[in-house]
Design a protein around this ligand. Sequence first.
Ligand code: ADP
Ligand code: ZN
Length: 439
Amino acid sequence: MSTRKHLIYNPVMECMSRDERAALQGERLVRTVRHEYENVPMYRERMKAKGVTPDDIRTIEDIVKLPFMEKTDLRDQWPYGLFAVPKREIVRVQGSSGTTGHPIISGYTRDDVDAWSEMMARTLTGAGATAEDIVQVAYGLGLFTGGFGAYQGADKIGAMVVPMSSGNTQRQIMMMRELGVTVICCTPSYATFLGETIRDMGLDPKKDLKLRAGCFGAEPWTEAMRVRIEELLGIDACDIYGLTEICGPGASFECLEKQGMHINEDYLYAEIIDPVTGEQLPYGQSGELVFTTITKQGMPMMRYRTHDICTLDPTPCGCGRTTTRMTRITGRTDDMLIIRGVNVFPSQIESILVRVPEVAPFYQLIVDRVNSADTMEVQVEMTEGFAASAPESIETVRKYIYEQIRSVVGIGTTVKLVAPKTITRSEGKAKRVIDNRKL
Ligand code: ADP
Ligand code: ZN
């Protein structure tokens, strides 16, 4: 346990006894399920199909009776099918790229935005931030939840916010230096890039910068990467987790003990399930993380399968919080890749390639991290007939595939058309993805 003083934004909610919390969660779940059943046809149908009515939900343990939701449900209900209040009560939408390259969105009422801001205020406070701090937001400010989440949390604690959004590294560093920024919010890979650039500029973070903490999330990272970021920037680096479907960043966050992320359990209920059977697993066992929102009005989520793999720890933390902590995300149960913050499924790339007659359905995605930024190379075999074509024709097809991926998936990739039969054939499951990123 560290000896530092821990700050807690909302001690009543974050430090209540576990029994009290379970009772509160039960009450909130009962209300939420009724709201969902009455206002969202899909929830009503799914519950009916499972033979469960709102009357069957009395305590938080009853949650196991409810059906699961998936990302595909959000896509199928696009755009407003899962909204549980009239549109005039929605004050915001935020989104992320979905399985088809089509975004998924979540709608927030005023209370939902306030709840999210509170979650992010707790998150920043967990990293030691107060009204005295100058917080630079280097997550993208836009449809993506990262930027607005960090902005709202920093605003709520009364810090001075520097809303930079992502990119333009030189400018980020200039503002950081000249304004005396103390807390930075961005992805861990961008934090590394910032740190390396600062070092390459010949600056010493300890002398030239006032940074002391960072909240980093939106993509997986490791303890080794934490050590690197902390050294490069001379700060405490805390992990934060979230997803658009649930609220955005701030679903859970690390305190300065850095022993797992505290889940904001008065707003969310977390479970770990066996991804194959769907059965709830006991604390301490690794499995798929499932979230249920228990206060959200605009677009509540019932037992949402995140596909993220982790473990839950209910023991009290050295900081004084009593909320359950989740470990770092150790993997995913599906094959989703996160490339520069964008969710990419290999199946999206495949569906583009199979529609191009000049190439064969043998392809490989090579993912790497160069200068702390993710890169992806798509290698695909040309058909025997096409391989003999003029270089200009090959270039036209290459460019076409590049443009298709860019518009459907939303990211720029390197596309390479390779000779027939050069991509290794596997006997079992094809190895489509080679992820060389060293986190
Ligand atoms: P966000 O806007 O929060 O990044 P998305 O909905 O685009 O939301 O992506 C959510 C996904 O990002 C999560 O399901 C998880 O796979 C990943 N993610 C977010 N935060 C973390 C984190 N701290 N560690 C590992 N993965 C994370
Ligand atoms: Zn703690």
